[in-house]
Structures are given as structure tokens and as C-alpha cells.
Write a protein that binds this ligand. Structure first.
Ligand code: LLP
Length: 425
């Protein structure tokens, strides 16, 4: 579900024409739909309601303060992975006890920040980190609830860069070592070792991958209980899918249908860390065509958006549906690469950055586009702005939040002065 729709051949976000927003805020720009964010949050909350989970939106996917506030108002907690994300979540007004702090390497300063803030749970990913945390907690004399992120040894079949649940990946602690850590730290004065955490990859389109990982985690919970260690919280991570090509992702209810039977009646507090499933389809990048050129072997549509606004195609070969904002008759069918129209031209959609890897789409059939036209790059609400860079000294693009017929600038476009400000030392 999303609120980016064509009306009369023109793309709208909720009640506003994208073309008007492009003029008002300039291009490239990130446009988000508040209604879509709320609906996606509610769908997950409804689907998993029988477990009464704590939903901790994964800040890394789209971390704008205003979006965090919107989700906090829906009842969301937050999954953070750095001191910076913790700072954002707290600044957005999130109660600390609804924040979980993960990440494979945290600095001593970050651990201190988590302890002083009193986060709800901190997920550790190595024996070394647990030793470090125990030292910091003892020095500060502050308590903390701690989970071990385990390696469930499930290959979730995502892109290799975003698979996290196997021994080939840097994340987590093996099941054997987790038992040893409970023996060593299970009765620590400050630390309450009471949780198990898994996150098997992102996006995970097969709900059975969660089933396999959760089954292993529950078996470990039982083994720990037999050894006298009580686990009361299970954080099952994120990775729930979004629509990039249309129709490829199970919906919240389908994930819940697979997962609920395993956890209902388990007595465990359940934490979910969805990011993309909430934000991805709630955002687009709107970009203007700077030039169209043919080299004899390829047609290039050169846009003012590039890998600096959306690195996913360059980094993972990720597919993002791209279509003109004004299309006349060519109203597209979902996000499919193959559109049911005659007369499309195969193009590469590329940015102005000085890299041949700077592309938004390759070999993409598009309706005729000309210099000055606007294009929409869909499913860009997650891992777009948060992975943006200033490469080629490009100011980062603004973010705009549309709610009904209101558009609010929630991050201004950076200026040239912003780009050099930290260097004026
Ligand atoms: N929890 C943990 C511990 C994670 O590492 C992640 C994502 C999430 C939750 C949220 O995953 P989501 O529900 O958003 O799929 N840049 C990549 C994705 C990297 C994901 C990193 N961890 C991309 O653009 O696809």
C-alpha cells in the first residue's frame, strides 16, 4: 500500500502533485508520505498484536527526526546502532526504555551513552564487547538489560552484503559461545543478561527463514533455562520486505502467520525491528532530466539525482522502479520492470557523478523523456537519504513530508557553506 498514485496522468503524493512539489522544493528531493508510514506501522502492529510486541523502528533506514516523531506518536520504539542514532531517537522524544541498541562494534563512549540514557536493551555481538560493557557498567554503577545477538546459522538468501545470520558474516555470537557467555556473565551485578537477539538479513522474502531462526533461538532459550539462566526477551530483528518490483514481498500478515505460532504462549517479550517494511514504499526521489544522449550503443538519461542520493543500484545492483512524473496515457502497472506499452525506449538512467557505477537503472524501458522532464524513483523511503553522500561536493537533497494536502520541509537542502563548514577550523 502506498499513497503515490497517478491521477489524470500525473503523479501525486497523497493530495499533492509531485510536479508542484518539485518546483517548490527543487530537485533532486526526497518526498515522503506520512499516511503510508502510519499505515505500514499499523499493519505490522495489527498483524503481530497477539504477541503484544515492542516494535522498534530501525532508525538506520530513514532517520529524519520528523519521521521518528511521527512513528513515536504511533507508539513505536527504536532500534539504534550508533551513538548518533541514539541521540536522534532521544531527541525525537522516544522513551529510553523503548530503545534497543545493536551493532557489531560499539565504542566505550557509545556504551556509556546507552547506560546513562537507560536504554531498554543493549544487544552485544561478541565476548570482547560483553567484557567491555561489563567494565563500563561497573565503573558507572549503572544497570542495563542485555541481549546476546546470536548466529542462528540461517542463510536468508538476501544480497551477500545484507545477509547476517551465518558464520560467514561478522554479526553475532555462535550458539555454543552464547552459552559460555551466560555462564560467565549471567550473574553480573549491573548487567541483566536476559535477552536473545537475531537479525538474519534484509530484505528477507521467505517467512520460513524467520521460522528456522526462531526455532533455533527457542531451543537455545530452553537449554539456557535448564542451566539456570532465564531469558525473558526475544528480539527477532528486522528484514521484512518492501515492494521494489511489485508483488514480491509477503505482507505483514504473512510474516505474522509464520511467526506467531512459534511465539504465542512462549511467555517471552517480543521485540521487532522493522525498517524498510515501514519506510521504503513511503518515499520517492523526484529528479529532473538534465540531458538525454545517445552514444550509438546506449541511450543515457542523465538526471540530477545520482548515487549520492540513492546508492542502492550502484552498491547492490538493486532495482528501483523509475517512471516519469507526467505520463499521459502511460500510467504504469505497479512497479514492474516490464510495462505493457508500445514505443518504450531502453535507457540507462544515470546521475552526474564522475563514476561509471553512478546509475539509477540500467537497460530500463521508459516512455519518451526529454530534457527538463521529471522522473520519480520509487521505493526510496528506506536506505536512500540515510546512505546519501556529498561525493563530488554535492549538497545533500532536501526531505519533504506530505500529509494529506500539506507538504512540510523536514530537512532543507544543504548549501555550499554547509559542505565546507566543518573544514573551517
Ligand atoms: N535490525 C538490525 C539489527 C539490522 O541490522 C537491520 C538492518 C534492521 C533491523 C532493519 O532491517 P530492515 O527491516 O530495514 O530490512 N542498506 C541495505 C540494508 C542494510 C540493512 C542493515 N541492517 C539496503 O539498502 O538494502
Amino acid at each position: 500500500m502506498n499513497l503515490f498514485t497517478y491521477r489524470g496522468g500525473n503523479l501525486q503524493v497523497e493530495g499533492l502533485p509531485v510536479a508542484d512539489l518539485a518546483v517548490r522544493f527543487g530537485t533532486p528531493a526526497y518526498l515522503y508520505s506520512a499516511g503510508t508510514l502510519r499505515t505500514h506501522y499499523e499493519r505490522l502492529a495489527t498483524a503481530f498484536r497477539p504477541l503484544e510486541p515492542l516494535i522498534c523502528y530501525s532508525v538506520k533506514c530513514c532517520s529524519n527526526l520528523h519521521i521518528l516523531k511521527l512513528l513515536a506518536a504511533c507508539g513505536s520504539g527504536f532500534d539504534v546502532v550508533s551513538g548518533g542514532e541514539l541521540f536522534r531517537a532521544l531527541r525525537a522524544g522516544a522513551p529510553a526504555e523503548k530503545i534497543v541498541f545493536a551493532g557489531v562494534g560499539k565504542s566505550t563512549d557509545e556504551l556509556e551513552e546507552a547506560l546513562r540514557a537507560g536504554v531498554g536493551m543493549l544487544n552485544v555481538e561478541s565476548a570482547s564487547e560483553l567484557e567491555q560493557l561489563a567494565d563500563v557498567a561497573t565503573r558507572l554503577g549503572l544497570p542495563l538489560r542485555v541481549a546476546i545477538r546470536i548466529v542462528p546459522e540461517v542463510d536468508a538468501k538476501t544480497h551477500s552484503y545484507t545477509t547476517t545470520g551465518t558464520r560467514q558474516n561478522k554479526f553475532g555470537v555462535t550458539i555454543e559461545e552464547t552459552r559460555t557467555l551466560f555462564e560467565r556473565f549471567g550473574r553480573h551485578r549491573q548487567l541483566t543478561l536476559c535477552g536473545l537477539h537475531i537479525h538474519i538479513g534484509s530484505p528477507v522474502y521467505d517467512p520460513q527463514s524467520y521460522v528456522a531462526a526462531i526455532e533455533r533461538t527457542l531451543a537455545l532459550r530452553d537449554a539456557l533455562a535448564r542451566a539456570g539462566h532465564a531469558v525473558d526477551t526475544l528480539d527477532i530483528g528486522g528484514g521484512y520486505g518492501a515492494e521494489y518490483k511489485g508483488g514480491e514481498s509477503p505482507d505483514a500478515a504473512a510474516y505474522a502467520a509464520a511467526i506467531l505460532p512459534l511465539l504465542q504462549g512462549s511467555g517471552l517479550k517480543v521485540v521487532l525491528e522493522p525498517g524498510r517494511a515501514i519506510a521504503a514504499n513511503a518515499g520517492i526521489v523526484v529528479t529532473r532530466v538534465l540531458h538525454v544522449k545517445d552514444t550509438g550503443s546506449r541511450r543515457f538519461v542523465i538526471t540530477d539525482a545520482s548515487m549520492t542520493e540513492l546508492i542502492r543500484p550502484a552498491l547492490y545492483g538493486a532495482y528501483h522502479f523509475i517512471w516519469p512524473v507526467a505520463v499521459g496515457e502511460h500510467v504504469p502497472a505497479n512497479y514492474a520492470p516490464e510495462q505493457p506499452f508500445e514505443g518504450l525506449t531502453v535507457c540507462d538512467v544515470v546521475g552526474p557523478v564522475c563514476e561509471s557505477g553512478d546509475f539509477l537503472a540500467k537497460d530500463r524501458a521508459l516512455p519518451p523523456v526529454r530534457r527538463g522532464d521529471l522522473l520519480a524513483v520509487f521505493t526510496a523511503g528506506a536506505y536512500a537519504m540515510t546512505m546519501a553522500s556529498q561525493y563530488n561536493t554535492r549538497p545533500r537533497a532536501p526531505e519533504v513530508l506530505v500529509d494529506g494536502t500539506e507538504a512540510r520541509l523536514i530537512r532543507r537542502r544543504e548549501t555550499y557553506e554547509d559542505l565546507i563548514a566543518p573544514e573551517l577550523v
